[in-house]
Design a protein around this ligand. Sequence first.
Ligand SMILES: CCCCCCCCCCCCCC(=O)CSCCNC(=O)CCNC(=O)[C@H](O)C(C)(C)COP(=O)(O)OP(=O)(O)OC[C@H]1O[C@@H](n2cnc3c(N)ncnc32)[C@H](O)[C@@H]1OP(=O)(O)O
Ligand SMILES: CCOC(=O)c1cnc2ccc(OC)cc2c1SCCC#N
Length: 389
Amino acid sequence: NRHKFWETQPVGQFKDVGDSSLPDGPIEPPTPLSEVKQEPYNLPNLYEWITCDINSDEVCTDVYNLLTDNYVEDDENMFRFNYSKEFLRWALRPPGYFKSWHIGVRVKSSKKLVAFITGVPARIRVHDEIVLMAEVNFLCVHKKLRSKRLAPVMIKEVTRRVHLENIWQAAYTAGVVLPTPMSTCQYWHRSLNPKKLIDVGFSKLGARMTMSRTIKLFKLPDSTATPGFRKMELHDVPAVTRLLRNYLSQFIVAPDFDENDVEHWLLPKEDVVDSFLVESPETHEITDFCSFYTLPSSILGNPNHSTLKVAYSYYNVSTKTPLLQLMNDVLIVAKKKDFDVFNALDVMQNETFVKELKFGPGDGKLHYYLYNYRIKHALRSSELGLVLL
Ligand SMILES: CCCCCCCCCCCCCC(=O)CSCCNC(=O)CCNC(=O)[C@H](O)C(C)(C)COP(=O)(O)OP(=O)(O)OC[C@H]1O[C@@H](n2cnc3c(N)ncnc32)[C@H](O)[C@@H]1OP(=O)(O)O
Ligand SMILES: CCOC(=O)c1cnc2ccc(OC)cc2c1SCCC#N
């Protein structure tokens, strides 16, 4: 099927898949900065670009409201992601971020925000190359403005603004298939509140299963099992950085986190990101690490429930505590924090625990993409060490 926009872009094209004469790496060379388009792309007459200052509560509220009503829904329109304002501020202000990469489109007359797209800078390692990239996310066009080819304009504008900062690659994920995924991952879901998941229609009561039998099946202990398991604190940043860098080195694509990145992305932030580690009671060495982020979803059209409380597996490292035991402790903590479900992608070594810990496979897929960077052979999901929000 024709991808009229994506066929014009420096991404792996479907027609090139399997052509091993094409080298891995950048598809197009950088443009001299003087030749990068200096002015924004044209918008339809009624609309104007607005750089969104996410620090402003008013702007952050406008972004929050646009996403709450118009962002990603599952195929059955049962859920819609409901990123919180605090989560958006966290996700969009990592070390070295550019305000100019937080891009909105609003109606000139009413100033109503009707579209949004963002980039944040990230150092991503691909094989042995560390590449400065933009992680592009939160692409959203108001439901009333769909199918007007506004998305390509949003994408070209964020591309232009990233180019102005002398960055020529990007990483992004999508539930839709575009030219051309570098990897395709599967979601797994671990029920924590099976009664609610059945009430909303996501889960079904198993054959020959009563509700009380189902609740018992997913029951978790009241307290964690691993001695020395505790919340991460600021003074743990150097040790966690060492542990995580060493662990991520085994994957083909992974973030190149330094201590500043670890402090931003992995220090606990209430209702945004939770992280824990195992400090050996004998040696005080940090031997293991686990984390999840909080991304609730609106439940669409249900009379009894409006929000699903969802935890998403983030980065986990096990060097001494078996990964199975570490992740079971994470589930125990998530249940105690009243999450309804714990989600994990089959990236990194997640597949080794999902089946054992009573996760069920989701029906959605998540495709990973690089912009202007060819990877000839698509990766297995277990070769991916990158989790995007
Ligand atoms: C060097 C720096 C480079 C930086 C940039 C890197 C690249 C970053 C790329 C962005 C990464 C974002 C990552 C991210 O945010 C995470 S994926 C979440 C995307 N957002 C949503 O799904 C929210 C709900 N949907 C919408 O708001 C609209 O449906 C959107 C805006 C999705 C499309 O609006 P629309 O009104 O439904 O459609 P038209 O305007 O008429 O445009 C149709 C064209 O858009 C292509 N399309 C559709 N969905 C796409 C998607 N998710 N990525 C990329 N392209 C997508 C589609 O293939 C077609 O092109 P084609 O004709 O060639 O096939
Ligand atoms: C109960 C299991 O499903 C979800 O957790 C969930 C919640 N909200 C969504 C909103 C948009 C959405 O659009 C793809 C999917 C969901 C999903 S399933 C895929 C995410 C995971 N894991």
